[in-house]
Every structure is written in structure tokens, then in C-alpha cells.
Design a protein around this ligand. Structure first.
Ligand SMILES: C[S@@+](CC[C@H](N)C(=O)[O-])C[C@H]1O[C@@H](n2cnc3c(N)ncnc32)[C@H](O)[C@@H]1O
Length: 386
């Protein structure tokens, strides 16, 4: 069943989404230190593969832009990365919600290279040429699977017509996130737009969830129908253990509040009960390779927790695995934390180092299977000779 533009706009307005997006409270430690860093990493991969020394301008279309988080992530990335700091951003954000667009245009009224327009991606895609078709905050999950394929077909047709090299970032909800394990058998269901527990209940809305296989099938089918060659495809899982609904408990109430626990590791005023961080993922309605992924991933996660617990003289009864060599040693990370003047005791240094190592695990051991809160599909297209 398709939903109307009005339905989506109403859900956001009734959930006070604009207020949520403007609130500093939504920027918890996990969002700032883990999620935003990971999104910038994905955007960087997208840009690097279309980068040429001659390119000076990056024309960006941000689909479902909200109040412009995509712009803020991108401009931070370009400022941080010496290899990309020559780029000038020319950014257009589109969003179905007039309220979001008005708020975003007010926020960025002094930036001449940034504009926001109201548009439903299912009905209107700006005609001009872009280097990066961005999305973040899972806007494409509002569309049915069929609508996503139709939108991608139109997008790929445009790209073919423009004869260009560009990247398309498609951010959707991961089908096999532990946040909603009871729903693993479904790929479109009533999702609750509540953001954090403190914000209470919000209106449920139908959202689409994707495994890597399903998203890849849709992308390839859209491209082949319009004859647009795909140069390269990659998938990335973001927030495997720390998705925000591990803390709201909205869809899997049995789950420990992993996001709050990791926030606590990163908060020097809190002492974290490491035992609660132990990850156990039962067998849900998922293919064998997903169950195997979680088996391996939770083994590594729990080994890291046990390592830190031992240093705190609070040993945990956990079967330990050999950790991959690319994960930095906890001792090294703890030593580095001696240089941080705000960390004044050993427990804080160990908790910070533990958070850092768990983040390395989430970032480097994800396979892009659709096991996190977000699944990013990145498509690189080169239609210059078409
Ligand atoms: C969760 S928000 C993400 C906003 C922003 N990208 C961010 O990362 O903060 C999803 C956004 O997608 C927008 N959206 C949903 N369906 C859309 C559609 N069909 N066309 C354009 N925007 C849409 C919503 O209005 C909302 O602002």
C-alpha cells in the first residue's frame, strides 16, 4: 500500500519532528561520536570514487533533507579532509514537508550555496545535473519497495541523459537490526516515529526495511530497465548495536538499553555496568548468514567487554575469541586517554577506551548486510560514454 504526501507530512508534524531536529538533546554521544562519524565515512567513500583533480565544485541533491543535517555532515567532511577541502558545495535539499523546508531555509538563509525546496521525490526530481545524490536519516524507507525502484529508474535515466560520473547514496532502515528482531520476517511494517523515550509515543507510519540482497536487487533492476551501467556498488551497516530503538525499547522491549549504555561509557560522570553490555542475539526469522554474522559479531563484542571488565577487576564469564589484528589494543587506547585532561581516573579512561574499541568493531566488521539501524547502499555510475 502506498501512502500519500499528506500522510508523511502529518506524521512528521504530529510527532513534532521539526522541534526534535532543532533540539540539542537529540545529539547524544552515540549520534555525535559514532553515527555522524560513520555517515561522513560513507559520504567520503562516495565522493572519493568520483573525485578528479579537475573537479572543484560538488553539486549535491539531498533527498529527504529535513532541516539540512546532510549539508552539515558534508561541509564538516570537506573541512576535515585535506584531500577534499578544495571543493565548493552547491547544495539543494528537497523534502516533502513544507515545515522542514521553511525551517531549513531559515537556518541557512546566509549561505548562498545552500537551498531547500519542497518536493515529493516520488513526483518530482530536480532536472539539473548533480555529482552526489545524497540521503541520510532513512528518507527512502518512507517509500514502498516499488516506489523506491520507480524513483531510482527516473534518477538513473537522468544520469544517463547527463552523461556524467556521479554517486547515489541510498539510506534505508536495515531489515535485521536487533532493535526490531520480532519483525525480521517482514519488510514493511508500522514504525513508530518516536525518537527517544523521553519524547513519548508518536504516530506510527508504514516504513520499508531492507536486507542488502533486496536493496541490491532493486538497484540493479532499476538500472537495467533504463540501460544505465553500474560502475560499482557498496553497502554499509550503521549502528548495529546502538540503534536508537535499543533505548526506546519500542519494538524489542527485552533488549538491554545498549545505546544508553554506550552513551554512559562516553560520559565521564557515569559508571557503566559492563555486564549489561553483553550482547546476545537469539535466532530470529532471518537467513543463516545473518544469524552467523550475529554469532561472530557478538562473540567479538563480548570479548572486548570482557577484556575491559578484567582491567576493572570485575571479571565476566564470557567465552573469548581471538580479536582481529586491526582492532587496536585496549592498553594502547587507554594510554592515549592519559593525554585527555578531562578523564581523571582509571575507570573513565578504561570506559572511554572500551567505547572506542567497540566503535572500531562496529565500523570495521560490518558487512553491509542490513543488520544495523541504517543500511547505506552506494551506487557509482559512469555514463560519460553512453
Ligand atoms: C528521518 S528524516 C531525515 C532528515 C534528514 N535527512 C536528516 O538526516 O536529519 C526523513 C525525511 O524524509 C522526508 N521525506 C519522507 N518522504 C519523502 C518524499 N516522498 N519525498 C521527499 N522527502 C520525503 C521527511 O519529510 C523527513 O524530513
Amino acid at each position: 500500500m502506498s501512502i500519500t504526501s499528506n500522510d508523511i507530512t502529518t506524521v512528521y508534524e504530529e510527532s513534532n519532528a521539526t522541534q526534535h531536529y532543532l533540539s540539542p538533546n537529540r545529539k547524544d554521544n552515540v549520534k555525535v561520536c559514532w553515527e555522524e562519524a560513520f555517515s561522513r565515512f560513507v559520504f567520503k567513500q562516495a565522493i572519493l570514487s568520483i573525485d578528479t583533480p579537475a573537479r572543484k565544485k560538488l553539486r549535491v541533491l539531498d533527498v529527504g533533507a529535513g532541516i539540512g543535517d546532510g549539508y552539515s555532515l558534508l561541509s564538516d567532511l570537506l573541512a576535515q579532509e585535506p584531500s577534499l577541502d578544495r571543493y565548493n558545495l552547491d547544495y539543494l535539499g528537497i523534502d516533502i514537508s513544507p515545515e522542514m523546508v521553511e525551517t531549513a531555509n531559515n537556518l541557512y538563509k546566509n549561505n548562498i550555496n545552500v537551498r531547500f525546496e519542497q518536493a515529493d521525490i516520488r513526483k518530482k526530481i530536480p532536472e539539473s545535473l548533480f555529482d552526489l545524490y545524497l540521503s541520510c536519516g532513512v528518507p527512502y524507507s518512507h517509500l514502498t519497495h516499488e516506489e523506491l525502484e520507480t524513483v531510482l529508474k527516473i534518477l538513473f535515466e537522468r544520469i544517463l541523459k547527463h552523461q556524467c560520473r556521479c554517486a547515489v547514496v541510498i539510506d534505508v532502515l536495515g531489515k535485521y537490526s536487533i532493535e526490531w528482531q520480532p519483525h525480521w520476517g517482514e519488510s514493511r511494517w508500522n514504525y513508530n516515529m518516536s525518537f527517544f523515550k523521553s519524547e513519548g509515543e508518536a504516530k506510527p507510519t508504514l516504513m520499508s526495511f531492507y536486507s542488502h540482497d533486496h536493496l541490491e536487487k532493486i538497484i540493479r533492476s532499476a538500472a537495467s530497465e533504463v540501460g544505465c551501467p553500474i560502475q560499482k556498488l557498496a553497502f554499509f551497516d550503521r549502528s548495529i548495536v546502538v540503534g536508537r530503538h535499543t533505548s526506546t525499547g519500542a519494538f524489542n522491549p527485552e533488549l538491554p538499553e545498549y545505546r544508553n549504555l554506550v552513551n554512559s561509557l562516553l560520559d565521564q560522570n557515569q559508571k557503566t555496568d559492563l555486564n549489561k553490555l553483553i550482547l546476545q542475539v537469539g535466532s530470529g526469522d532471518a537467513p543463516e548468514y545473518i544469524i552467523e554474522f550475529f554469532h561472530k559479531f557478538s562473540g567479538l563484542w563480548n570479548t572486548i567487554i570482557a577484556e575491559a571488565a578484567e582491567l576493572l577487576h570485575e571479571p565476566l564469564d564470557v567465552d573469548r575469541l581471538k580479536l582481529p589484528s586491526h582492532l587496536e589494543s585496549l592498553d594502547v587506547l587507554i594510554k592515549q586517554n592519559f593525554a585527555n585532561p578531562s578523564l581523571t581516573d582509571d575507570r573513565q579512561r578504561i570506559e572511554f577506551a572500551l567505547a572506542e574499541k567497540l566503535q572500531q568493531l562496529e565500523t570495521t566488521c560490518q558487512q553491509g548486510y542490513g543488520v544495523g539501524h541504517d543500511l547505506f547502499g552506494v551506487v557509482w555510475l559512469d555514463t560519460t560514454n553512453c
